[in-house]
Design a protein around this ligand. Structure first.
Ligand code: OOG
Ligand code: NI
Length: 301
């Protein structure tokens, strides 16, 4: 794996941890109680599916690094779709902490902009249209922690938030890392049980996303997820600064697939476990940045 892979991941994590106090304290809490390395399950991004700014704009670098495109997930009620990308198999079980260890899966969603109201489409297409050439440089904007388009106006942000909080988040945060996810089953302490981890985090004052219940469970019961609520962070608009939801941190426990239940703990590899994502879980995890969870002032209609 060329050095740019881990350097890139690290450069995503640095501004993310600096900006998001809850995510960084949750990571620190887990790290100091993990009994060793903390591995990352996946990293996630949000995009506008328009003008070359969609999923591919951030996926291409991962594909060029040897990641493989896997399943599509659809969220019609949220006007979203997503793809996830798997790292080369050899890099799924590497020892080491954080971005030095196993490579994370990548989850990238996009807003189906052409299905929104003409008012929201106009807002989004104004910003992306003026910045069209910059869509080729999505990963650069992520690591530089800046938007590829002009700072939006508060009015445009609020206009989008009325129809889609995802749209407003993406306008204000661009390609910033939306969340990283701690691989819970690979912790080396009692926190490898996600219910214990959730209790531990809450008893340390970390607020978790309660949408659909704290623990999200896939229908096959193999994928268990929870997440924090995004911090409200000062955000620079063209006409002032207001606090808006930034990023959050997620926790995922992947259970051993039925076919591999007979393997001993030393034989178990990551690929013996429930892989991929789950629409029903993801639908609730998206709410980690919603005004209902974060307490951000709901925009007046
Ligand atoms: C992504 C929400 C879905 C998962 O692991 O299913 C997700 C987002 O909030 O952009 O992270
Ligand atoms: Ni996630």
């Amino acid at each position: 794996m060329p050095p740019i892979a881990r350097k890139f991941l690290r450069s995503l994590v640095t501004p993310y941890l600096k900006k998001n106090v809850t995510a960084s304290s949750a990571l620190e809490l887990v790290r100091s109680n993990s009994g060793g390395a903390v591995k990352f399950d996946h990293f996630a991004f949000r995009t506008f599916g328009v003008d070359g700014f969609g999923i591919d704009s951030i996926a291409q670098l991962f594909l060029d690094l040897g990641y493989e495109c896997r399943d599509e997930l659809r969220f019609p009620a949220k006007t979203l779709r997503a793809f996830w990308y798997a790292p080369p198999l050899d890099f799924l079980d590497i020892e080491g902490d954080g971005v030095d260890g196993a490579l994370p899966r990548i989850f990238i969603s996009e807003l189906l902009v052409n299905q929104l109201s003409s008012e929201s489409q106009e807002v989004i297409k104004t910003y992306t249209g003026r910045a069209r050439a910059l869509s080729k440089h999505a990963p650069l904007t992520s690591v530089l922690d800046c938007l590829p388009w002009e700072n939006p106006s508060v009015a445009d942000y609020e206009r989008l938030a009325r129809e889609s909080e995802y749209a407003a988040w993406t306008l204000a945060n661009g390609y910033a890392l939306n969340h990283l996810t701690i691989s819970v089953h690979r912790l080396n302490s009692e926190l490898k049980d996600i219910n214990k981890l959730n209790e531990f985090l809450q008893s340390n004052g970390i607020k978790l996303n309660k949408d659909g219940g704290i623990l999200k469970v896939s229908p096959d019961r193999g994928l268990l997820q929870s997440s924090t609520v995004a911090d409200l962070v000062p955000c620079t608009f063209s006409d002032g600064e207001i606090e808006t939801p930034a990023s959050y941190i997620e926790f995922a426990q992947r259970l051993v697939l039925p076919a591999f239940q007979n393997l001993g703990p030393d034989q178990l590899k990551e690929w013996h476990r429930r892989d991929g994502f789950e629409v029903g879980n993801a639908d609730k995890i998206f709410e980690s940045t919603s005004s209902l969870q974060t307490g951000a002032l709901k925009q007046s209609a």
